[in-house]
Design a binder for this molecule. Structure first.
Ligand SMILES: NC(=O)c1ccc[n+]([C@@H]2O[C@H](COP(=O)([O-])OP(=O)(O)OC[C@H]3O[C@@H](n4cnc5c(N)ncnc54)[C@H](O)[C@@H]3O)[C@@H](O)[C@H]2O)c1
Length: 235
């Protein structure tokens, strides 16, 4: 499939799911722009911008740069995110605000600033939430709240920006991005028989920003190997 002439912005594209998505979209023919606090690997065929997507000034500068240098925006993948694990008694307001800022507010800033370019191209937005929007481990309040908010923000944007712009969400489960050692039981606990890879998410994002998903908007796609469909009772 080729999307020659189109432009894609991927936030958090220096590593993990964002990097795999940037590589995939570049392979599909997009001119890719990666925005991250860190630089991506030198071999990534993309322009990169060092930016903190929770900063209004950085997002404004990022989108001004795309308007000037690429002149259009067809696909926005709002992927940058991180988790703080702390008992709530130790979670500071700064901790809370930093997670909400990157995982939720950044998508508001990005879509607000990119609305005109996205409408002009009849483009598409994909947000990267998490299965943790709907289930939790202990001590992950700020992360779960941010991802639940992102799922809701996705359908609100789809209604406001349609029919010009489609907005969808991918909620990954366990994706192997941190190089952790995986045991056979880690794979086996998934109905699909394995832990996910960044390329699993990238393929779904590529379809969602592409022309074959034209009747899909406001939706959440869970890519978790079936884990959230599995009922577990203690033995
Ligand atoms: N890996 C998983 O199992 C998993 C599961 C569900 C959801 N997710 C979500 O997928 C997304 C990507 O996760 P990942 O595992 O690839 O993470 P990662 O840590 O490998 O990469 C995240 C990238 O985002 C960048 N980043 C973080 N905050 C930023 C900010 N404020 N401004 C700019 N860049 C910023 C980091 O520098 C990093 O390069 C996140 O939103 C995460 O919550 C991941």
């Amino acid at each position: 499939m080729t999307e020659q002439g189109k432009v894609a912005l991927i936030t958090g594209g220096a590593k993990g799911i964002g990097l795999a998505t940037a590589r995939r979209l570049a392979r599909d023919g997009y001119r890719a722009v990666v925005a991250d606090r860190e630089a991506p690997p030198a071999d990534l065929p993309a322009r990169h911008v060092i930016a903190d997507v929770s900063s209004e000034a950085d997002v404004v500068a990022l989108l001004d740069g795309i308007a000037r240098q690429e002149g259009r925006l067809d696909a926005l993948v709002s992927n940058a995110g991180f988790m703080i694990r702390k008992p709530i008694a130790q979670l500071t307001l700064d901790d809370w605000n930093s997670v909400i800022g990157t995982n939720l507010t950044a998508t508001f800033l990005l879509v607000r600033g990119a609305e005109a370019m996205l409408r002009a191209s009849r483009g598409a937005v994909v947000t990267i939430a998490s299965t943790r929007a709907r289930q939790s481990e202990a001590n992950t309040e700020s992360y779960s709240a941010s991802k639940g908010g992102l799922v809701a923000l996705t359908h609100a944007l789809a209604v406001s920006l349609g029919p010009d712009v489609r907005v969808n969400c991918v909620s990954p489960g366990w994706i192997h991005t941190k190089g952790e050692a995986l045991r056979p039981e880690d794979h086996a606990q998934h109905p699909a028989g394995r832990v996910g890879t960044p390329d699993d998410v990238a393929a779904l994002v590529a379809w969602l920003v592409g022309p074959e998903s034209g009747f899909v908007t406001g939706a959440e796609f869970v890519s978790d190997g079936g884990m959230t469909r599995k009922m577990i009772y203690a033995e």
